[in-house]
Write a protein that binds this ligand. Structure first.
Ligand SMILES: CC(C)(COP(=O)(O)OP(=O)(O)OC[C@H]1O[C@@H](n2cnc3c(N)ncnc32)[C@H](O)[C@@H]1OP(=O)(O)O)[C@@H](O)C(=O)NCCC(=O)NCCS
Length: 141
């Protein structure tokens, strides 16, 4: 998973290194976050990292959704997202929130197609000089 993260051009913009990726994944497992991995012939080709919270009216936070460049546009991102949403619902969460780099048009249209609403932008929130767009999906009946 750390290898997949460190190979991502998107995450390189956030200065993610193999060592840094391993440290954040170790923290994710220690904190019992939900980390879903898609595996193809022994290699991790996709992952979804979800943090369940009681904050924001019981929202789950999709910390990362990533599919390797070679495996994109085959429906894997949609499967990982659907599985993450299902697990969030089962855990009692009522919303899913996520941040996406504002300039990442492909990911933004991906989330919009999957029912996410653009709430607003957060300039320099994660890293100086990079704006994040905040997205929300609510399924509270
Ligand atoms: C955003 C991201 C997770 C989407 O994952 P993905 O596996 O490519 O997503 P999907 O295949 O489910 O859907 C994306 C595309 O495939 C198409 N698609 C979906 N299912 C398909 C299928 N069965 N066969 C062919 N195409 C399909 C969709 O129409 C969509 O079209 P597009 O490429 O023109 O946008 C992926 O592009 C990625 O990892 N990007 C880099 C990291 C990133 O931006 N993460 C999000 C912010 S954290």
């Amino acid at each position: 998973m750390a290898t997949l993260m460190a190979a991502s051009p998107l995450l390189r913009r956030y200065r993610v290194t193999p060592r840094g990726a391993k440290a954040s994944l170790t923290e994710a497992l220690r904190e019992r976050d939900l980390v879903l991995a898609a595996v193809d012939r022994g290699a991790v080709v996709g992952l979804a990292w979800l943090i369940m919270t009681r904050a924001l009216d019981r929202a789950a936070y999709l910390r990362l959704l990533l599919v390797s460049e070679e495996h994109q546009s085959q429906g894997l991102g949609a499967v990982l997202l659907a599985r993450a949403e299902r697990d969030a619902r089962v855990s009692g969460c009522r919303h899913l929130v996520l941040l996406v780099t504002k300039t990442n048009r492909r990911a933004r249209s991906f989330y919009e197609r999957h029912g996410y609403t653009h709430v607003g932008d957060l300039p320099g929130f994660v890293r100086a000089g990079i704006a994040e767009s905040l997205y929300l999906k609510t399924w509270r009946a």
